[in-house]
Design a protein around this ligand. Structure first.
Ligand code: SRM
Ligand code: SF4
Length: 555
């Protein structure tokens, strides 16, 4: 069999393994408002996307940039938060976007501000390197201060894994910190090969999550590699069940692409986590499809070669056997909102951030409110995989003042939104995402209001049904794990997916294709009425769908 022709991205990476391209030169050119096509690919590894404001039509279209942090476990110090807040105001569009992988994105950055923004991020001891690109992405981990004591240990392991799997190119530092073009004639850079990634990095992105059952707040099975914490009889960390081969992305009309849940591979002790993460990543590196980027995720390697093959290959690489997976169960997902006491006696506050967008708007000035609270009370900041914010380590006697400060800016803790709204997620989509086919972040809040009314009409108000929307099938808000998922099909048109579960361990199924936005509620209303009538005691909407609707469709 002749080997398949490598995709253009593979040849590009090989042509410049430092990932420097001509980024520094274009940065220094005040006349240029955009980067070359090749440099746009390299920029992704630096955590930067060149975009257009899609609200602006015609020849006036300007290039803008999205800049994403890499922030393991979503944890940042108060000083780092304040730096981000300031940088978003000075160099971005004045908002901070919490992402579905516990990070921040700056949107609407013009080229003349790009260097200052990335320098500012690094000055705050944060980074954007490998936030995007064909490498290990942000490692996610349960953000809520643990009440069972495992959280700190698990987050520390997430940090270690992120560090071990970071690319070693010197180009990032040279361009964004020293402000110079990397000298490719220097023997240290000539023929550079990353010790882990080699010269062509990974065939595609790679994602790792840590979870602490019974809470699945990270959607662990939607990741390429998942570490599921297992406690011993005394509640101490015994190790992890390894999961591998999950992912969401698919393309409309291409059945060869699909969302997939990760398989459980085996059990390992905590001291083996970094080694195993490296082993799983190198299987992706060596067996992922380098010819077809739509087929290049680790999930397809698992789907096609199977769990037994994967385990054997991993054991060969790490040089030890995995134990059989330990019994464990997830029973819920989602964030804790409002005030909660931590194991150490301090308190944390879970704040709902609609669609993840921290901004000031009429009557609700969340950006200013958060800034003031962080300045005054210096809490640790944790970003959640459901696009929300946690303020941690707050002393008991400061709670009232924090609540009052937020309320003074219209952020009322007694009014954080209905259960339905707080369980919802939307991806960014328009106007910045170049792949968005339909609205998402800007559309979901209004739709939730209408769905609240429809559910109330059916007699099932204030249900925590998980609802997620994305502007295209790539699945950035993980809609295929939700009880109701809306996936953009075209302008004002969506697919409706149904049947995910509360523990986020079951994929939904396509129920209706190409539904007009204006008809979504009309389509769902009869289902809500049936659910109200037919549900078993305590049965969630997604479970009713799986028990009743799916059986009707496939008796
Ligand atoms: Fe994503 C591409 C936003 C989490 C699957 N994603 C994009 C881009 C960069 C569009 C592009 O390639 O031009 C989006 C930038 C939009 C913008 O203007 O900001 C984008 N993805 C996001 C974020 C910001 C969505 C959000 O609302 O929070 C999330 C950033 C996470 C982070 O901090 O690292 C984000 N993306 C995800 C997730 C969820 C997850 O990782 O848990 C997924 C599904 C899981 C998975 O990877 O399978 C996801 N994004 C994709 C894909 C489909 C990949 C595939 O296998 O086919 C693309 C398209 C691509 O890579 O070609 C994509
Ligand atoms: Fe863009 Fe699609 Fe991701 Fe939404 S799901 S942010 S539209 S790539």
């Amino acid at each position: 069999m002749t080997p398949a022709t490598p995709s253009p991205n593979e040849l590009l990476k090989q042509s410049c393994p430092t990932l420097a391209g001509t980024i520094a030169r274009t940065l220094a050119d005040a006349q240029a408002d955009r980067f070359s096509d090749d440099d746009q690919q390299f920029l992704k590894f630096h955590g930067i996307y060149q975009q257009r404001d899609r609200d602006v039509r015609g020849p006036e279209k300007k290039h803008i940039f999205m800049v994403r942090l890499r922030l393991p476990g979503g944890v940042m110090t108060p000083a780092q938060y304040l730096a981000c807040d300031d940088l978003a105001t000075r160099y971005g569009n004045g908002t901070l976007r919490v992402t579905s992988r516990q990070s921040f994105q700056f949107h609407g950055v013009v080229k003349s501000n790009l260097a200052a923004l990335v320098k500012g991020i690094n000055d705050a001891l944060l980074t954007t390197l490998a936030a995007c690109g064909d490498n290990n992405r942000n490692v996610i981990a349960p953000p809520a201060p643990a009440t069972n004591g495992l959280g700190q240990q698990v987050r520390e392991l997430a940090r270690q894994v992120a560090l071990a799997l970071a690319p070693r190119t010197r180009a990032y530092h040279a361009i964004w910190i020293d402000g110079v073009q990397l000298n490719l004639d220097d023997p240290a850079n000539k023929g550079f090969s990353d010790p882990l990634y080699g010269q062509t990095y990974l065939p595609r992105k790679f994602k790792i999550a840590f979870a602490i059952p019974p809470l699945n707040d990270v959607d662990v099975l939607a990741n390429c590699c998942g570490f599921i914490a297992i406690a011993d009889a005394n509640g101490a960390l015994a190790g992890f069940n390894l999961a591998a081969g999950g992912g969401m992305g698919r393309s409309h009309g291409n059945e060869a692409t699909y969302p997939r849940l990760a398989d459980i591979i085996g059990f390992l002790t905590p001291d083996k986590v970094v080694e195993v993460a490296r082993g799983v990543l190198t299987i992706h590196r060596d067996f992922g499809d380098r010819a077809n980027r739509r087929h290049a995720r680790l999930k397809y390697v698992l789907a096609e070669r199977g769990v037994a093959w994967f385990r054997e290959e991993l054991e060969r690489r790490v040089g030890f056997k995995l134990e059989p997976a330990k019994p464990c169960q997830f029973d819920r997902q989602g964030d804790a909102f409002g005030w909660h006491q931590q194991a150490d006696g301090c308190w944390f506050l879970g704040l709902f951030v609609e669609s993840g967008r921290i901004k000031d708007e009429d009557g609700r000035r969340m950006k200013t409110a958060l800034r003031q609270v962080v300045e005054m009370f210096r809490p640790e900041i944790r970003l959640t995989p459901a696009n929300n914010v946690i303020l941690a380590n707050i002393a008991a006697d400061q709670r009232e003042a924090v609540t009052r400060t937020l309320a003074e800016h219209g952020v009322r803790l007694d009014h954080q939104g209905s259960l339905l709204r707080r369980a919802s997620m939307a991806c960014v989509s328009l106007p910045t995402c170049g792949l968005g086919l339909a609205e998402s972040e800007r559309y979901l809040p209004g739709l939730i209001t209408r769905l609240e009314a429809a559910l109330a009409g059916a007699g099932v108000s204030d249900e925590a049904i998980t609802i997620r929307m994305t502007g295209c099938p790539n699945g950035c808000a993980r809609p295929y794990m939700a009880e109701i998922g809306f996936v953009g099909r075209g302008p004002d048109r969506y697919q409706i997916w149904l049947g995910g579960n509360e523990s986020s361990t079951r994929l939904s199924r396509l129920w209706k294709d190409n539904v007009k936005a204006s008809e979504i509620v009309t389509e769902l209303r009869p289902l809500f009425a049936r659910y109200a009538k037919e549900r078993l005691s305590g049965e969630r909407f997604g479970d009713w769908v799986a028990r009743v609707l799916w059986t009707e469709q496939n008796p």
